[in-house]
Ligand binder design. Structure first.
Ligand SMILES: [Zn+2]
Length: 219
């Protein structure tokens, strides 16, 4: 048996496990991801240019509802792919960035909490969220099979709610810069701790020699 047969054509069939045969760019959930992201971008930019809090909040609602819908569709239709999960994670970042920068523009007292939150969400949380790619997982939702503690604090339902909803809801509701700042800092601390836990797991790296790949790849 050649290495190719052993690693790329056989799969165990678990939905939690990635399979090269299932990977494709165009799927229903990924189409939902792209549509909800375009709608969020349009609403957030319209909100910024018209100085409209309603449009900004509509952008946030479309982002959140759309983010639940694409995940639901992926599980329902059995179309979970690593391509889709990765695009979903990246689309979440531009959606959040536009809403939060727009909100800080609307209410400048929130600029510092928003800056802390975006550093957490767009850099550390993005890295954590993409870490599932180092394993054979089809999405971060199955990280409990890799590390239960990391999953509980980052990708379980309460973990996700704390990471995305808590800060936005309190910021919009209370307009208390100190409260928002404390929550953003606590989230940043949680993500830094999660990063330390992740690195202690020893991030797997695909084995093999790149020069060998180049020698045997079809021209
Ligand atoms: Zn499996």
């Amino acid at each position: 048996m050649t290495p190719a047969e052993g690693t790329t054509t056989r799969s165990c069939g678990h939905r939690e496990c990635a399979s090269p045969d299932r990977e494709r760019l165009v799927t229903v959930p990924t189409a939902i991801t792209l549509v909800r992201t375009l709608a969020t971008i349009g609403l957030a930019l319209a909100g910024a240019s018209l100085d409209s809090l309603e449009l900004l909040l509509a952008a946030l609602v479309v982002y959140w509802v759309g983010d639940m819908a694409d995940g639901f569709a992926a599980r329902l239709l059995d179309q979970e792919t690593r391509v889709g999960a990765t695009l979903d994670i990246m689309c979440d970042r531009i959606s959040a960035a536009l809403f939060y920068v727009g909100f800080a523009w609307y209410d400048p007292s929130m600029a510092i909490p928003v800056g802390i939150y975006l550093a957490e969400f767009m850099v550390i949380d993005m890295f954590l969220s993409l870490a599932f790619l180092a394993w054979s997982s089809s999405s971060p939702n199955y990280f409990y099979l890799i590390d239960r503690r990391l999953w509980r604090w980052n990708w379980s339902k309460p973990g996700k709610a704390v990471n995305s909803a808590l800060f936005a809801v309190l910021m919009v509701w209370t307009r208390e810069p100190w409260l928002a700042g404390v929550i953003a800092t606590a989230l940043l601390a949680l993500k830094v701790i999660s990063l330390v836990w992740l690195m202690r797991l020893r991030l797997p790296v695909p084995t093999g020699c790149l020069h060998t790949v180049a020698d045997t790849a079809p021209a």
